[in-house]
Unconditional design. Structure first.
Length: 212
């Protein structure tokens, strides 16, 4: 009988201690979650971007800014260097998740300045390859794209991938200033490096903390 009484008391003590520990652990987790939310702050209104890729919005290497005008929406713009001179764009995105993460879909307009005295070794109509001078004329495109944003760290920084399609609004145009006439294959090569077609991009996006 004494053993049963001792066992019952021991079980009650252990159960009480476990319950208190669980309650304390739950409170600690809640405090930790609140502290983490507080440390992360509210969703940023501005993101600074750096990106690269094929037919990327800002070319082979560029920078941009996202202005978050709504919890699920943003307008963005940027500049960079591409295969057709300097490149600039203006676009907008809609995010499926709050605070501008996860999947997003958007579109916009890109403008490539072109480039004067662009020297390239190209095949001519005579079958030989020689350096020729080209003036790449400015070009405007429209694009649609899907984005996947993944949070990095604790300050609303993001890594993202982009895939989409770009279509020229103005025709691809260039002027040859030196050298023999280009072959059809060379014309296709020049058209290939012009803005347009499949978009594959990647970049980092840094959230600017909001003032408390």
């Amino acid at each position: 009988m004494k053993r049963l009484t001792f066992l019952a008391i021991s079980i009650l003590i252990c159960t009480s201690a476990f319950a208190q520990q669980s309650a304390g652990s739950s409170k600690d987790k809640t405090k930790h979650a609140k502290a983490e939310v507080k440390s992360r702050g509210r969703c940023p209104l501005v993101f600074l971007n750096a990106s690269s890729g094929l037919n990327n919005n800002t070319g082979m290497l560029g920078v941009g800014v996202d202005f978050a005008f709504a919890p699920h929406g943003s307008v963005d713009l940027g500049i960079g260097l591409g295969t057709w001179g300097e490149k600039a764009y203006l676009g907008a995105k809609y995010y499926l998740k709050h605070c501008h993460t996860g999947w997003a879909f958007g579109g916009g307009v890109t403008y490539s300045t072109g480039e004067k005295n662009f020297v390239y070794n190209l095949e001519t109509v005579y079958g030989n390859t020689e350096p020729v001078n080209l003036n790449l004329l400015s070009q405007t495109n429209i694009f649609i794209a899907a984005y996947k944003y993944c949070s990095v760290g604790k300050r609303h920084n993001r890594f993202y991938l982009e895939m989409g399609w770009s279509v020229p609004v103005t025709p691809v145009s260039f002027e040859q200033t030196t050298g023999d006439p280009l072959s059809d294959n060379s014309v296709k090569t020049v058209n290939f490096i012009s803005p347009g077609g499949l978009i594959i991009g990647a970049g980092f996006s840094f959230g600017v903390p909001r003032k408390k």
